[in-house]
Design a protein around this ligand. Structure first.
Ligand code: PLP
Length: 386
């Protein structure tokens, strides 16, 4: 058994982040500026997107994406019941209605077949989530969106570096939103990015991310800047700082190496758990590149004497940090009370949630850490098999 606690997630911070951050601090330009612009450029290139706009969270990114798309009060936006708070709250910011679709039991992603029956004249957009870093069924989603004139905004909080068929996540939907939260595939502490090919949306994101002030507001304190500005809309304060962007630049450089390490860890877990009847390893698709942000293990509860809650406790007792992704939206008090949902309304989401357990998967894990996780899981299974 491990002597020390293995955290569920840790960032990989080394000299390269410290060097970049020091450079930003020493330049005396610490808020949005040259580092942010460079991070946007390199990020857009890395996912093959026309434009990238850096903001201070993925939540902000999705808010801006819906704003530019023209979502308003009474509109409906379809998303998955199986996601984090952020995906649906941004829809509520507009007094619009999040219309939830159930997931595919295969991979936790929104089930395209569940989308079309939910569409009506008020439906404006659809927000698929690439859960854990495995792309949603984008071809089917894009076809439905095209048939009904819907905007597709991807919640790619987990999916930087994922690929759907021959396209990177970030160059598929009308807009794609990424997260650089502390636990995500790359991090800036807090941060986010929106990619799009549309020039008008890129302009709108930039304006709305900085108080609705006319173009390039961040430049007003530079030598070539001007004190004069115009407020064109009641915008938000969503800009990324250069200190955060500096970290992002360093993270971007090692993103590939970090993803490869996560993939290696996933393969170790697959090999260890594949033949265990009490466990179900995550689905992977041959035609996609998985970002491996999460390793979403499932318990075959009929084979076990304990439930997921007890399994999670046993992992903690063995000094292994775990998590659960996600508690479906429809069972949270706000959504339950506001829309009158019952757990069985999204039965697949509810059922899969009840047996999901996310294992640590990050490149800072040593080979021994990986072995410790495997050993803990197999030991719990062995002692609790029915
Ligand atoms: C983390 C996360 C977000 C929010 O990202 P922030 O950068 O923290 O705003 C959105 N959606 C999903 C699915 C997430 O996991």
């Amino acid at each position: 058994m491990r002597e020390t606690f293995l955290p569920f997630a840790l960032p990989d911070i080394d000299e390269s982040e410290l060097d970049e951050i020091r450079e930003a601090l020493e330049s005396n330009w610490i808020t949005t500026g040259p580092k942010t612009k460079l991070f946007e450029k390199h990020f857009a290139e890395s996912v093959g997107a026309g434009h990238a706009v850096a903001v201070n969270s993925c939540t902000a990114a999705m808010h801006l994406a819906l704003e530019a798309a023209g979502v308003g009060p009474g509109d409906e936006v379809i998303t998955s019941a199986y996601t984090f708070a952020a995906t649906a709250e941004v829809i509520r910011y507009f007094d619009a209605t999040p219309v939830l679709a159930d997931i595919s039991a295969l991979d936790f992603n929104i089930d395209p077949d569940k989308i079309e029956p939910l569409i009506n004249s008020r439906t404006k957009a659809v927000i698929p989530i690439h859960i854990g870093g495995l792309p949603a069924e984008m071809q089917a989603i894009l076809e439905i969106a095209a048939r009904h004139d819907l905007i597709v905004i991807e919640d790619a909080a987990h999916a930087f570096q994922a690929k759907y068929q021959d396209k990177w996540i970030g160059q598929i939907g009308d807009a794609t939103c990424f997260s650089f939260y502390a636990t995500k595939t790359i991090t800036t502490g807090e941060g986010g990015m929106i990619t799009t090919d549309r020039d008008d949306w890129r302009d709108r994101y930039q304006v709305m991310a900085l108080h609705g002030i006319s173009k390039d507001a961040w430049k007003r304190y530079t030598a070539e800047g001007s004190w004069y500005y115009e407020i064109v809309a009641p915008g938000y304060k969503y800009n990324m700082t250069d200190v955060a962007a500096a970290m992002g630049l360093a993270q971007l450089k090692k993103a590939n190496r970090m993803r490869e390490r996560r993939e290696w860890i996933a393969n170790q877990y697959h090999a260890a758990f594949r033949d265990c009847e009490a466990l179900q390893i995550p689905y992977d698709r041959k035609d996609c590149v998985h970002a491996w942000h999460l390793y979403m293990l499932r318990l075959n509860l009929s084979r076990l004497k304990i439930d997921r809650k007890q399994f999670a406790e046993e992992m903690k007792n063995r000094n292994i940090g775990i998590s659960v992704h996600f508690i479906p939206l429809h069972i949270h008090p706000y959504y339950r009370e506001k829309y009158g949902y019952r757990p069985e309304d999204y039965s697949i989401a509810y059922g899969e949630f009840s047996r999901e357990l996310s294992l640590p998967i990050y490149n800072k894990m040593s080979d021994q850490d990986v072995r410790d996780v495997i050993e803990a899981v197999l030991d719990i299974v062995k002692k609790n098999t029915r």
